[in-house]
Design a protein. Sequence first.
Length: 155
Amino acid sequence: MDITIPEVLKSLASAGTAIKELAAWGRRAKGDARALIGEMKDNMAYLDMVAEDGVPLSEVIDKISVAEYTRLARAGFNFNALKRDRIPRYASLEGTDLSSWTGKETEALVESICEKLRDLKIRYPHVAKNGKYLWQVRVNNIRKRIWLLLRHVRD
């Protein structure tokens, strides 16, 4: 399935590049941020397997985790500490499904990614065969948000 990737995210969209970027970001981060980034890196690897390698979502759904995010959210972690600036207006995002992220805080994007992962983990085991859920589209939408987060923190 082809997905439309805004130009600003294309460098991160090739297989493995996002995972390498997450690993590099994780090496620079400290403490709780490093734990969260590590969890995102693992999740991205599983999502890439589904999107790029044809691995059924059923084989990786139990490995996808939001435990670090949940722990940090309960502890009051400031997710904006990952990148204090708001998401800039990337010209190539205009007219895409990611355009609404312009001007929002890093925290909102991180929360959205983790909420979508949580929703996937809750729904998929129970309604996997229901045709109204486009699982591949959901997986790709999460991947695009992770790419946007990486692009944002890289700037």
